[in-house]
Design a protein around this ligand. Structure first.
Ligand SMILES: O=C(O)CCC(=O)C(=O)O
Length: 294
């Protein structure tokens, strides 16, 4: 195991998203760089209906959980089927929307009826964000509002913490949560088939599903074509450190996200080095994204 040197935020090169074009449409690019997310039409009615039917046909334990994403399942047949169904649906639209990105893997993201909220968090690191921008393309298969679990995002928050994030998804700034809820979380209600595309660093969560219908979404992880995938594991065996594994898509199909890798060797062990985020930095990031607070 290589114990990698800690890199302070000041030493770390800034993410290359500033130089690299992500969206083909310059207006979407501008909005994404400014806000850390964009909303776009994505899947057709027919694709939405087919994906919903495919979801219905799966009788896998992971779908019985209150909240689930397919990568929480270690069932390779199920994961491959999800990748196939979502990959086919996303293929052409991601090609049209994004410049030089690949569909890495897909998920059903399910929030069963009467399931609680998803707390504010950043997504785990899937690629080397010193050089690349990773995207989560989240698409509901029914309309979503604050009643049934729409996303909530903090505009501008993608610039606040560039640190490596492991499988321990606890939000590193619990002292800011009241303030974030009070002033900065913005609901993103969506029609079915529309996408909210977020940077994996954007602070976000989702409302509870207070209805008696399951809320089902699909999500694609999209990364630059040349970017190597990483699995950043944190667990009892790492003592709070993050073990970084170089993997590929097949790894995420066969391995349950969050569980310890058994048969591969990490390329580095890193100390989590979250940036300091003060109420002032948060306010400035939000204002920079065009938010006015409330
Ligand atoms: O689907 C949801 O309710 C939240 C999804 C989410 O935040 C995530 O997968 O990171």
């Amino acid at each position: 195991v290589v114990i990698a040197r800690d890199e302070s935020a000041a030493e770390r090169p800034r993410v290359s998203r500033v130089q690299r074009q992500i969206f083909r449409d310059p207006e979407l690019q501008r909005r994404f760089v400014r806000q850390g997310f964009v909303v776009v039409p994505c899947l057709t009615k027919r694709q939405v209906a087919a994906l919903r039917e495919t979801w219905q046909d799966f009788t896998v334990p992971v779908h019985a959980l209150g909240f689930s994403a397919s990568i929480m399942s270690a069932d390779p047949a199920y994961r491959s089927a999800v990748d196939e169904a979502t990959g086919a649906a996303f293929a052409s639209v991601l090609r049209e929307l994004l410049a030089g990105y690949r569909f890495s893997f897909g998920n059903y993201v399910t929030k069963r009826a009467a399931t609680g909220l998803m707390g504010v968090h950043q997504d785990p690191t899937f690629i080397d964000e010193r050089y690349y921008e990773g995207l989560n393309v989240w698409v509901p298969l029914q309309d979503v509002t604050s009643r049934n679990g729409c996303l909530r995002v903090v505009p501008g928050s993608h610039d606040l913490n560039l640190a490596l994030r492991g499988t321990d998804r606890r939000f590193p700034y619990p002292q800011l949560l009241d303030l974030i809820h009070e002033r900065y979380l913005q609901d993103v209600p969506l029609r079915s088939g529309w996408a909210c595309i977020t940077s994996q660093r954007t602070f976000h969560g989702s409302h509870a599903n207070a209805t008696d219908e399951d809320r089902v979404c699909v999500a694609a992880i999209a990364v630059p074509v040349e970017a190597e995938l990483l699995y950043c594991y944190q667990g009892r065996s790492t003592g709070g450190m993050i073990d970084v594994y170089r993997v590929d898509e097949s790894y995420y199909r066969a391995h349950a996200f969050g569980s310890p890798p058994d048969d591969i060797v990490p390329s580095a062990r890193m100390r989590p080095a979250h940036e300091i985020v003060t109420p002032e930095r948060l306010a400035a990031a939000y204002a920079g994204a065009g938010g006015t607070g409330s």
